[in-house]
Design a protein around this ligand. Sequence first.
Ligand code: 13P
Ligand code: SF4
Length: 345
Amino acid sequence: MYTTNYSSIMEFSKEDIQKEAERLFEKLKKVDWTLEKCEEIAPLTLEINQLKKEKNAVILAHSYQPPEIMYGIADHLGDSYGLSIKAKETDADIIVFCSVHFMAETARILNPTKEVRVPSKASCSLAESITQKDIKKLREEYSNAGVICYVNTTAEVKAECDACCTSSNALKIIEGMPQNEIIFVPDEFMCANLQQLTKKKLICWKGRCIVHEEFGGDTIRQIKDMYPEAKILVHSECAPNVVKESDLMGSTTDILNYVFDSDAKQFMLVTECGITDRVKAEFKEKEVLGSCILCPYMKEITLEGVLSCLKSPSTDQIIDLPEDIINRAKKSLDKMVEIVENNNN
Ligand code: 13P
Ligand code: SF4
C-alpha cells in the first residue's frame, strides 16, 4: 500500500479525484496497482500537475523512477542522454528532475538559464567513486591520454574531463576522440566492455554500480536454458561475463527500443526494475523473465518530494553550481553532443 502523510491545500472535487484515479489506474494496473491505491495518490498528482502548469515547469523522469512518478506526473521519460537533450531544449522556466543528482546537474549545465530542482538530492555509487583530484592524478600519470567521463559523475569531475559520454553513446565518443589512449572513468565494467569493442587503449577506473554489479552470468544461463527463445538485454554497467551472455548491451532506452522492435515474446531485462515496469506498462504482449534489482537512490524520489520542490523548494532542492564549474563541465558535455550529432549526420 502506498502510504502518504500528504494533505492537500488545493480543493479537488470527488469527481475530479475519481477521474484522476481512473487515469492513473489505466497505466498503473499493468504494474499491479489497485484502483484504491490510485485513489490515494490522485489528489497529489492532481496538485502536482496543476502547479506544473501554473509555474511553467517541466518534469523529466528517468526510466528507473517509481511508476507513480513515470505515469502520474512526468512530461518526458528517458535515459540520461535523452533527458539531457530534453533539458537543453525545453522552454519551461523550471525543470524538475526526477532522478539522481548528477542528471539534474547535467540539466543545469546544459541549460544554465533555467532553474533546475530535485525532489531529493539522490546520489549514485558510480558518481561517488571518483573525485576531481583523482582525475588530476590520472592526467599526470597518463599525460598523452584523452579523458572521457561517464555521465554518472559529479559536475566537478566533468569539469576536469575532455568529453562526457552516456551508456547510449560511449563507443562513439571513444572513437570520436583524437587520442588513441583514453582514460575512461568511473565504471570499471563499462570500461572493460568497451575495451572489447575498440582498438584504442582504455585506462579504467574502479567504480561500480551497486545495482548492475549484482547480476551474474549463472542466472542468465539458467534463464537461457529454460527459455531458449528469450532475448537477454543487458545494461552496459554489467560485468563482462554477464554481457557475454546477452543479445544486446546498451542504455536503458536501447533496451526499451529493442523490446519495441523485436518480434520475440520473452525478455530478460538485466537492469533496474524501472525498465521491467516500463515494459509491463507499455508492451503488454511481452513477457519479462527473471528478476530485477531496485536502485535505492533512484527510488528516493517521491510524489511528496516533487510537490515540495514545486511549491517551495529548500536550498538542497535547487541545483546550484559555481559558474566556473558550469563553464568547464559544459565543454565536456558539448563535446559529447557534438560527436553524437556528427555521427548522426
Ligand atoms: P542510462 O543512461 O542507460 O539510462 O543509464 C543511467 C544509469 O544510471 C544506469 O544505471
Ligand atoms: Fe547509479 Fe547504479 Fe543507481 Fe544507475 S542504477 S543511478 S548507476 S547506482
